[in-house]
Design a protein around this ligand. Sequence first.
Ligand code: ASP
Length: 333
Amino acid sequence: MDKKKILLIGTGGTIASEMGENGLVPELTSDQLLRYIPDISRICQVECVQVFSLDSTNIMPQHWVQIVNALREQYERYDGFVISHGTDTMAYTAAALSYLVQGSPKPIVLTGAQKPIGFETTDSKQNLRDAFAVAASDMAGVMLVFNGKVILGTRARKTRSKSFEAFSSINYPLLGMVQDGRLIPYIRPDSGERPVFYDQINSNVALLKLIPGLDCGAAKWFLEHNDALIMESFGVGGLPAYEAGDYYETVKDGLDAGKIVVMTTQVENEGSDLSVYHVGTAIKRSLPVLEAYDMTTEAVTAKLMWILGQTRDPKQVARMFYDTVANDILAFK
Ligand code: ASP
């Protein structure tokens, strides 16, 4: 049987970094990365392209579109794709690609590393090999492969800043594991016959994490300067009603001005449910706020940017927000 043809798309990150005078800098191209794992030619045939070389801290929504354009241009020529990427914002890129490339029957796999590929102790080679094993399999859609875990693109989050076990799947099971170079698939994501590509996004989306006593002036400012505000509140969710300033009025003013407000929680697992406490029902019943339920904040961010690139009509936004894309929201009621 012919070997699968995989495109390696380089974007920078630790995996491609070398030690400079002031710390690690992404220097290596995807071709250079590949030279560290010559044995990969036994599994698949790889070609390389470099779209940019950035520490992922510097990645912006416009870079997601560059990756989408590379995928769109090369889609027919390859059986699968590996995107090497910095770990810091990889979960955002994984979520963004899940909305911007929907229903791909071919695997699109993001990976990276906590230690550069040229270091003596590194997770780079294993992660790259594992990513190729998944990209050459019959898995479908956008996934993140790291430390043997295969995570759905809409469910990934960086949960450790230093150790190799850097990513978790939030409110959703792993799609599989890669052990000794072999993929053990647990779930094959649904796919379409052909992918639908999007390149319009609106990045005027802000995120505000509440802390006890935070003045609602911050929310007001964010609402004035953005098209959507995600509010990471406490527990299953609710908004404070401080005597010094009521969040209710601030949010109402924003909604009246046509802005989108999404309530979510800063608790990592199990999601929001505004229907439980008065602090939640007080806003959910009387204001058209949206609620993240079991979606990750990374997915909410990317989904809003994708939706607002298509429409600004609040009703349409709400409908699209609650439409499940790549199993991103399942606990909606
Ligand atoms: N700062 C690096 C980046 O995100 C970290 C990494 O790749 O692990 O590009």
